[in-house]
Design a binder for this molecule. Structure first.
Ligand code: FES
Length: 196
């Protein structure tokens, strides 16, 4: 079950009146569509939704769902089903830095609860909220598929792994100060090789 709290469809005052792919994304979308036979066009829904979300500051307005549905000529409900099922799609606005903490068992056993509490306290947020300045938002998600490097936090498109509260706090401070941050494991390892 997804626990993402950005699944509530944004109210009408927040919804833009239109959505179209920009030229670059339109060219990419046409290429993606060509990868699938006509009777399997639905398979392109996920990459198209991801592109629409990136273009729209990290969330999918209703017009983007409608646009993707028209673009590949499948019923809108099929696109909405996917957008509502997967935690990686947000149906309401998120912060410039959208923090998603995995709290499934391997991450939980390695301290994800204290990392979640750290973020709540640091930014004064509950899960599903964003800071008033629009910089940070906080989500709680199921397994991000990188359990071997637990605990794992996703910020926007990137994974940060082998964390603890201290290293996560430092990472968030560096983001706040616009400093360069290392993507991936925050330990000495490069990938998922055993820690010596
Ligand atoms: S349980 Fe957290 S990445 Fe799998």
């Amino acid at each position: 079950m997804s626990t993402s709290n950005f699944k509530i469809i944004a109210d009408e005052t927040t919804q833009p009146s239109k959505f179209n792919f920009n030229n670059e994304n339109l060219a990419k979308a046409k290429k993606i569509l060509k990868m699938y036979p006509n009777n399997f066009k639905e398979s392109s829904i996920m990459p198209l939704l991801s592109m629409a979300q990136s273009q729209n500051d990290g969330w999918l307005p209703k017009k983007a769902i409608e646009y993707v549905s028209n673009f590949i000529e499948v019923p809108e409900i099929k696109v909405l089903e996917i957008a509502t099922f997967y935690s990686m799609y947000n149906l309401s606005p998120v912060g410039k830095f959208h923090i998603e903490i995995c709290t499934t068992t391997p991450c939980m056993l390695r301290g994800s609860d204290s990392m979640l509490n750290l973020c709540k306290k640091k930014f004064g947020l509950k899960v599903g909220e964003q800071t008033k300045d629009g910089q940070f938002s906080l989500g709680q998600v199921e397994c991000l598929g990188a359990c071997v490097n637990a605990p794992v936090v996703k910020i926007n498109e990137n994974y940060y792994e082998d964390l603890d509260s201290e290293s996560l706090n430092k990472l968030l401070d560096n983001i706040t100060m616009n400093k360069k941050i290392r993507i991936g494991p925050q330990s000495k390892r490069k990938g998922s090789e055993p820690i010596k």
